[in-house]
Design a protein around this ligand. Structure first.
Ligand code: MOS
Length: 766
């Protein structure tokens, strides 16, 4: 571990105690392993009814006739809701960065408000019944006929009609320096290839589920969402009730990966159904239902062209992409986003194009952009290294930029040289043969590969309150999201260190919209965003406690200056002595002491958002901030069958401060496992004639199982980023980036075959 020089404008890292950095057990470990933790579909309600969806079977057109009679005749069916009898929801609002909740609709469709069908799988009816089994059976009896309209559903044929993506605050979609095409054409050595990736789905263990309970015009929703606050605001708008009347509860989310960021049809229709039948209603989507109504990752076709001098100095870097959105929703997949930061080429062109199809809108999936963009870029770099006959790490280091290659911004924490050195040493890279197909072990062709991992670091505003009680207990309240990554544990560690109390005395309340509002858990931003406010709240609390103590003639802290006071051993300590928070409170006759950061509503809340946004934009102009890493793997390919086994993995990362050595390693390992799936087995198949997903389930969409995953070694530099709260760059997504390229590069090293279309399958290697 090395220490970064402090900057005068650096935020407090707050990391001087015993907990931050330690492999602390999860605070929710016991409730989860004993089954006491209640997930969204596990909350009992008297009179609970159950819903099931009926999905459209054409990609585009109108429902001409829908027959609910057979479904209604089933014993236990309470209602069949179609566009013919559904009460109206308000239409979605226009998107605005001033109200981030306007970004959460999964599509612009106002479900069951009309007879229009926009994708195969769109809900055309909701059946409500006494049990889930009855609802699913009755849903299978609903018949619809359609008048089909012309549709475009095939990415492969439509990609030639792609148009440049619209520019946004977060993603310009295009960047250029010099004349990359000209430089490419005169380069001493060049590679220029197309890479493709298919649609991917998240497949969280916990299915999408909603329980909606109306009490007059008050609404309670249990929903495993990545964004309780924005979901709450969106539901209030769609159903025409004040925001205060809506409560969204999600203490635990059973995996999300981006798939639970938007508010999808099932959520809205469950709330609507509960209003119709006047009872609490629960919908648990089938796995197929998730594929039909929740978007996945866009497919892509990417061109990467690299030109270099004979010594490997890059002169041209071109990365362009075509991805897809739904015609009724979805957003850009920033596949080329990482390429502008990756290498110090003289001439650069990155550009994203997209097409709109009559399919369920796409959505975020773990490292949107970088996950698939790094496959293309980092495969191409390996191809260039092969052409040049140089080691692929050496080629990267020769072209490692000192600043943003396009606009010269500083990197806040560029540590790729360090992570490569660390990874290469742990993996045993030195002495690797450059020649493909040079190592054989019986029937196995053995190869090794490497690729860069990269994911931008961002922040959102978060509200937090902290309370110290007379018994010394600390309560942190924040509507943050615990989706399996250890979010509450990390914040408990930060609070314990900041206040100098044992972690056992810290409780973190999370996952409820009655708590101070947190941003959505997305973009690997949650830990740093909440740490920023939590550290500020703890500072306020310590100042209030000191002010109480200083006023008392009996206190050993009397007259102590804030600068000389340390928080430790459950209280505050100065040179002349100290005392516990409990003692300070007792003497002052106080039962508790509170501190809050962030306003919930009104002018103060808006002013806070504006302040945050302006600092955010200023920071973006000053720094490129990102987590990064180096992925090393060994594969064995069966020379007779083409079967690929990943047999060894070392990932070396710079995620800034490691708050929890155990959960950070698990996050990174999880990203790598997901990347192995992306490389070798995952692909959602869309029928090019009908727009129907033909493999909507785990039987035919193959995610890695234990037997597919080798031991994965994780190493982190553990060095704080001086510009990020608590020094954290984020560990949620960087782990998946670079994985597919490292595997494809290792497959090339093993076999001499270059596979540019994911997933890499047996037939590519025979
Ligand atoms: Mo993430 S793909 O921002 O959940």
């Amino acid at each position: 571990m090395t220490t970064a020089p402090a900057r005068p404008d650096a935020p407090p890292t707050g990391t001087s105690g015993p907990y931050v950095g330690a492999p602390v057990d999860r605070v929710d470990g016991v409730v989860k392993t004993t089954g006491a933790a209640r997930f969204a579909a596990e909350h009992p309600y008297p009179g609970l009814a159950h819903a099931a969806l009926v999905h459209a079977t054409i990609p585009r057109g109108r429902v001409t006739w829908i027959d609910s009679a057979a479904a209604l005749a089933v014993d236990g069916v309470l209602a069949v809701i179609t566009h013919e009898n559904a009460p109206a929801m308000r239409p979605v609002k226009t998107q605005s960065v001033l109200d981030l909740s306007t970004l959460v609709p999964g599509s612009t469709v106002n479900h069951l408000a009309s007879d229009e069908v926009h994708w195969d799988g769109q809900p055309v009816a909701v059946v409500v019944a006494e049990s889930r089994q009855i609802a699913l059976h009755a849903a299978s009896l609903v018949r619809a006929t359609y008048r089909e309209l012309p549709s475009t559903v095939d990415f492969a044929t439509e990609k030639r009609n792609a148009l440049p993506q619209k520019k946004s605050v977060v993603d310009p979609g295009r960047a250029a320096k010099g004349d990359a095409e000209a430089a490419l054409s005169t380069a001493a050595v060049a590679v220029d290839h197309l890479y493709t990736t298919p649609v991917h789905h998240h497949n969280a263990l916990e299915l999408h589920t909603t329980t909606a309970v109306w009490d007059g015009d008050r609404l309670t929703v249990h929903e495993p969402t990545q964004g309780i606050d924005w979901t709450r605001k969106h539901l209030a708008h769609r159903f025409g009730v004040p925001v205060e009347n809506v409560r969204v509860i999600a203490p635990f989310v059973g995996g999300a990966f981006g798939g639970k960021w938007h508010v999808w049809a099932g959520t809205l229709l469950t709330v609507l159904a509960a209003r119709v039948v006047g009872r609490p209603v629960r919908l648990v989507l089938t796995r197929e239902g998730v594929y039909r109504t929740v978007g996945g990752r866009s497919p892509s076709e990417q061109r990467v062209a690299l030109g270099a001098d004979a010594d490997g100095t890059l002169t041209a870097l071109i990365h362009t992409s075509v991805t897809q959105v739904g015609r009724v929703g979805g957003g850009p997949e920033p596949a080329t986003g990482l390429s502008r930061y990756a290498y110090a080429a003289e001439n650069v062109l990155v550009e994203q194009k997209q097409i709109a199809l009559d399919l369920v809108p796409n959505t975020y999936m773990r490292a949107p952009g970088e996950a698939i963009g790094s496959f293309a870029l980092e495969s191409a770099i390996d191809e260039l290294a092969h052409e040049l006959g140089v080691d692929p790490i050496e080629l990267r280091m020769r072209n490692e930029p000192e600043r943003d290659p396009i606009d010269g911004r500083r990197f806040s924490h560029r540590k790729l040289r360090e992570v490569y050195a660390l990874g290469a040493e742990r993996f045993g890279w030195a002495g690797r043969s450059l020649r493909p197909r040079s190592t054989r072990d019986g029937r196995w062709l053995v190869g090794t590969g490497v690729a860069t991992a990269f994911h931008p670091a961002n922040l959102f505003p978060a509200n937090v309150t902290v309370r110290i009680s007379a018994d010394g207990g600390v309560l942190v309240r924040c509507g943050l999201h615990e989706m399996g990554m250890g979010a509450a544990t990390a914040q408990a560690q930060i609070a314990a260190d900041a206040l100098g109390v044992p972690i056992e005395s810290v409780r973190v309340e999370h996952g409820d919209s009655t708590l101070p509002a947190a941003p959505a858990a997305s973009g690997s931003t949650q830990t740093a965003s909440i740490a920023s406010s939590l550290l500020a709240a703890c500072e306020k609390l310590k100042r209030s406690a000191l002010a109480l103590a200083r006023g008392s003639a009996d206190s050993p802290l009397r007259g102590a200056k804030p600068a000389e006071v340390q928080a430790r051993d459950g209280g505050l300590h100065a040179a002349r002595g100290g005392e516990t928070y409990a003692a300070i409170l007792a003497r002052a006759g106080r039962s508790s002491l509170d501190a809050a950061v962030g306003a919930e509503r009104g002018f103060a809340a808006v002013a806070g958002q504006v302040r945050f946004m302006s600092k955010f934009l200023l920071d973006r102009r000053r720094w490129v901030r990102a987590a990064s890493g180096a992925q090393f793997c060994e594969v064995r390919v069966d020379a007779h069958t083409g079967e690929v086994r990943v047999t060894r993995w070392v990932g070396a990362f710079d995620v800034g401060t490691v708050i929890n050595a155990k959960t950070v390693a698990s996050q990174l390992r999880g990203g790598i496992v997901m990347g192995i799936g992306m490389a070798l087995s995952e692909a959602t198949v869309v029928d090019p004639r009908t727009g129907r997903i033909v493999n909507p389930g785990l039987a035919e969409y193959h995610v890695p199982v234990h037997a597919d995953v080798p031991p994965i070694e994780i190493h982190c530099l553990g060095d704080p980023d001086p510009t990020m709260p608590a020094g954290v760059l984020g560990a949620g997504e960087v782990g998946i980036t670079g994985v597919a390229a490292a595997i494809a590069n290792a497959v090339h090293h093993a076999t001499g075959r270059r596979v540019r279309d994911l997933p890499v399958t047996l037939d590519d290697l025979l």
